[in-house]
Design a protein around this ligand. Sequence first.
Ligand code: SF4
Length: 449
Amino acid sequence: MVSMEDAKGKVYFETYGCQMNFSDTELVAGILAKDHYEVVQDINDADLIFINTCSIRDNAEQRVFSRLQHLRGLKRRKGKELVVGVMGCMAERLKKDLIEKEKLVDVVVGPDAYRDVPRLIQMAKLGEKGINTLLSLEETYEDLTPLRTEGVSAWLTVMRGCDNFCTFCVVPFTRGRERSRPVGSVVSETELMSREGRIREITLLGQNVNSYNDNGRQFADLLQAVAAVDRSIRIRFATSHPKDFSDDVLRAVRDNENICKYIHIPFQAGANRVLEAMNRTYTREEYLDLIARMKQMIPGVSVSTDVMVGFPGETDEDYEQTLDLMRQVRFDTAFMFKYSPREGTKAWKMGDTVPEEVKADRLQKLIDLQERISYENNQNRIGTTEFVLIEGEAPRGDGFLRGKTDSNIFCVFPGEPGMKPGDLVRVRITGATGHTLKAEVLKEEPVTT
Ligand code: SF4
């Protein structure tokens, strides 16, 4: 950390979008901390503000634009003393708009140019615009250490970019081609967290972790290597693409006690016709086979998904197949969205053919179905035992603590003297809603401290 006296400036980050973006914010915070900037939590204290942006849906972009409008007042008050930067997925797509329309933006930096941030800030301070949105075929930031200042869980990016070109998605354009970090560098960062002792759960991140490849070493090899570093650290991973999900990965999950028995595996649509138009490269039947293998090889595995309604050309029958797949698999949780057309993608050219009210109606029915399934799945957990990693006090107070189960579901339970964030405790589930489990602690010593 940089002391107040030595700091070149004070930087405030605001992050939108996915876990990868939050991980990238920590990466840039690490780069700037090394360059003698102090990271602050109050925007009013900052002389450098970075907005980490998301392009995945139109409303995510609109939120960033409206946030930039709000910053105008601050910029007026502080004048040249305040540098405003935009980083992440919107940088390349919208750099012209950001610089020309949003005249308050001084720095625009794409996901592969974060090493360049200190130089771009210097340019901005000299009155020039600092812009670097070049994408790279190699950059993995393998030698850089992100700044992680709080919490007991960490994200660890193991690969960047995506080669899949799903027809609705901008990620291959905003984040570039797939590249994997060497196994050794991921293991070293895990060892560092283990030595420091605070982090008790690590989520390995990538747009498509299952296509991880470090000179022939696959994602299953990486999982085994990371899990072996410290058996008291829980390991998760996201996101997986069904076409690349190997049985070796399932075996790694099954055979390593500290890898959570939880898998996030987007299916996006239930009809083969729509899956093909999306270029998802698997069929409904192949997806269901994969889920069956998961459930057979890892009894009790918890599965979540991403699903979309209203893709161009989606008929009532196609949508029924989506509902049907949800009923068959019975996901524990699902992230459900309306299709949002993104300029530059193949799907953009197909037109936004499903009327907004139809999309809204389909989404609502999907949410209702999933709420019921989540509730029923959680009710079935009553009486079972789970390990929960304590994250802190529950919002309800009264001495209750909260954390997540191995199966990635929020759980609250009455705390006991000596319990603290980072402890892994065994609980018995005593009650459940669709989103939260209630539990009692089983009388044992915490597994870790
Ligand atoms: S797998 Fe498809 S949806 Fe996921 S990031 Fe890649 S292109 Fe986008």
